[in-house]
Structure formats: C-alpha cells, structure tokens
Design a protein around this ligand. Structure first.
Ligand SMILES: C[S@@+](CC[C@H](N)C(=O)[O-])C[C@H]1O[C@@H](n2cnc3c(N)ncnc32)[C@H](O)[C@@H]1O
Length: 253
C-alpha cells in the first residue's frame, strides 16, 4: 500500500496536535538523556522524529519504510539514517538493535499474526512508542445522512489486507496494548483523537473523499446515497477521528 507525501503533509499538523504529551514526557523521562538507538517503523516523511526530537532529543534515529521516495524525503527533512525494508516480510530485521521502537499511524495496517511476531521480536529492555492508531471512533457534525451504515462499512474496509494480511484496523491499539502487557511491559494508552474544526477544511474534505472511496469499494452505499453522504462529510464543520497512543516501558527489574 502506498501513501502520498502530500497526504502525510496534510495530516501531520493534526497528528502533531493530537499526540498525547504525557506519553512523550514519560518516554523522555525513561530515556534520561541517554543516546539510545531508536527506530521508526513506517516512517513516511519523518513525522514521528519531527514530533519527538524537540522533547526527547537524545534519541539516535533510524527511519524504516519500504517507499524509497518517502525515505529520501525523510532523510532530507530529518537528517536521520534511513533503511529501506519491507516490514510485511517481518518485523525482526527492523527492530534488531533498537532500544526504542516507534511507529505512528502504522499498526492499524498490520495483521494479528504480524503484531504477535512484532511483540515476540522485541527484547525485554526495549521501549515502544506507538502513536495514532485509528480506533474506529468517528463523529461528523452536522451529521451526514447514512452515516451509521457508511461508518460500519468503512470500519470493515479498514480490516482489508494492506500488505500484512487481514488488517487489525480499529482493534490495533488495544491488541498491541494487550500483547505487550501480557509480556510484562508497563503499558499506558492515551486518547489521541483528531479534533478538527472549520479551519481544517482541506483535511476534512480529503478524509471525506478517502472514506467515500473505501465505502464505495465495499458496495454498502452507491449512487445517490453515496454522493449525499460524501457531500455532507465534505461540508462537515466539526469532525473527531479516534486514535490511540501507546507507550510501553520495559518490565522493571
Ligand atoms: C499512514 S502512513 C504513516 C507515515 C508516518 N509514520 C506518519 O505518521 O506520517 C504508513 C507508512 O507505512 C509505510 N508502510 C506501509 N507498508 C509498509 C511495508 N510493508 N513496509 C514498510 N513500510 C510500510 C508507508 O510507506 C507509510 O510511510
């Protein structure tokens, strides 16, 4: 699955505003200024580094993605090391040697089997920062017609194969929290919903168009109903899209 740099740029300010500051502060406290090796999985153009570097400056980043154009942009914009890897082949190579493993807006794309492999690949002293996993909560106001039917179809579409097998979609954040907690990590989860208003028109319209494409693929809405729903979403003035941030700190000795 490919992601346009322009889409990542459009969502980055909303992501930056939504990231839970408490979890980032807790990560900074845990690093205690140590120059730890950090890996960002599915880095895109490097938004995780841009969000974390001012607050957790001691991390030494390697950015991983399978899209060479995004990796080149990430390298140019962050100055961090980059590594081209297909994560769908497995997470082991990407997390090897890392003391902090980060990812933003990635885990909702992966399968349950892949997530289990990921958790099993982590050595016990690694911290995990997983931000902005879509959690299925959406609120669009004024309420579009056919919203419940369309949102249910959109959530189903999110569980399609994004290259990693059947995707966890909106269950990803909770699944990762449960897996890491069961293996002894000290897990904290926080709300990182986008809260968009009239100043976020371009992002709201892009979300409306993207979700309409997805719902059209499911066949749940078509023709006039699909057009009405899409138009009402494009005209929405207040939008909330639910995400979860997670910080998992290693088991205490
Ligand atoms: C939703 S974007 C998030 C990008 C970035 N983390 C951010 O928050 O802006 C998902 C990213 O995962 C990458 N990705 C998707 N499938 C991948 C795979 N099989 N191997 C490596 N990266 C992958 C995409 O290229 C994209 O950069």
């Amino acid at each position: 699955m490919s992601f346009a740099s322009s889409w990542l740029a459009l969502r980055e300010p909303a992501d930056a505003a939504a990231r839970d500051r408490g979890l980032i502060a807790a990560l900074a406290e845990w690093t205690a200024g140590r120059p730890l090796a950090a890996t960002d999985l599915g880095c895109g153009t490097g938004s995780t580094v841009r969000a974390l570097a001012p607050l957790v400056p001691s991390l030494r980043w390697t950015l991983v993605d399978n899209d060479p154009a995004l990796l080149a942009e990430a390298a140019a914009r962050t100055g961090a090391a980059t590594r081209a890897l297909d994560l769908a082949a497995g997470p082991e190579a990407a997390v090897e040697g890392a003391q902090v493993v980060a990812a933003s807006a990635l885990f909702d794309l992966v399968s349950d089997a892949w997530l289990r492999r990921f958790a099993a690949a982590l050595s016990p002293e690694v911290a995990v920062y997983a931000a902005l996993s879509y959690d299925g909560r959406e609120s669009w106001s004024p309420a579009p017609p056919h919203e419940a039917q369309a949102l249910a179809a959109f959530r189903r579409h999110q569980t399609g194969d994004k290259g990693f097998g059947p995707a966890l979609g909106s269950n990803a954040g909770a699944a990762l929290a449960a897996l890491l907690a069961a293996r002894g990590w000290r897990v904290r989860v926080a709300d990182s919903a986008w809260r968009l208003g009239p100043g976020d028109g371009p992002l709201i319209r892009a979300l409306a168009d993207g979700s309409a494409e997805a719902v059209a693929e499911t066949g749940a809405l078509a023709g006039r109903q699909l057009a009405e729903w899409r138009a009402a979403r494009r005209a929405a003035r207040q939008v909330e899209i639910g995400h979860l941030d997670l910080l998992a700190l290693p088991p205490e000795n």
